[in-house]
Ligand binder design. Sequence first.
Ligand SMILES: [Zn+2]
Length: 204
Amino acid sequence: MQYVEQQGRELVRIETCDLIHYYHAIYENLRKLLVGTYFLELVDVVQPEGHNAEDLFELLVACFDLLEAQIPTQVMVRVVELKMLRCAGLTPVLTACVRCRRMLGTSGRFGFSLTEGGAVCGDCVRQGPVHQYVSAETLGFLAAANDATLQDSVGIACSPRILHESAKIIYPFMTCQLNKDLHAKKVLKDVLEHIDEGVGRTGA
Ligand SMILES: [Zn+2]
C-alpha cells in the first residue's frame, strides 16, 4: 500500500494498494455484507485516529475470515462487539460488582451500570439505580466469550434470553463509553434482531 501523509493534515491519502484477499463470499451474501459493514464501523469508532491499531486490525481480519466461512448469527455479532471493546481497553466488568468489588455468584439476577462499567451485585442494586437487570447466565456467557478465542466464542451455546439481555447491555455500553452511535447499527437493527430467524428459515 502506498499513501501520502502531509504534516498538519488530518487525513492520509491512499495512493495505491494491492488486494491480498477479496472476501468474495461476503460480497455475495447481503446479510454477511451488512454485518461486515457493521464490523468495519466498529473498528472506526473504537479506535481513535492516529493510534497504533495492530491488534484491532488483526481482529478485523479474523472477523472477516469467520464471516466468510459462516452465516452471521446474533452470537457472532455480540462476540465481535465484546472483542472489539477488549482491543480498545474497554472490557466491561462481568464477574465482580463494580461498586463493592465482590465476586458475583453463578446464579441470580444482577444489575448492569453503563456509566460505572459493568455488573452490580444484588446488595448494591438496592442502593442505586442501574441501566438494566441481567441474569448470572448472561454475565457468564459474556465472560466466557470474552476469555475464549473468537472462533470458540462463536460456538458457545446460549439461549434467546441470554442473547436478548446481551444485546440490551453490550451495544448501549459501547455507545455510552465511546459517546458515539453507529450508523450501520441503525441500518442493521431489523437484520440483527431477526438474523437467527433468517438463518432458520433459509436452513443455512
Ligand atoms: Zn456490590
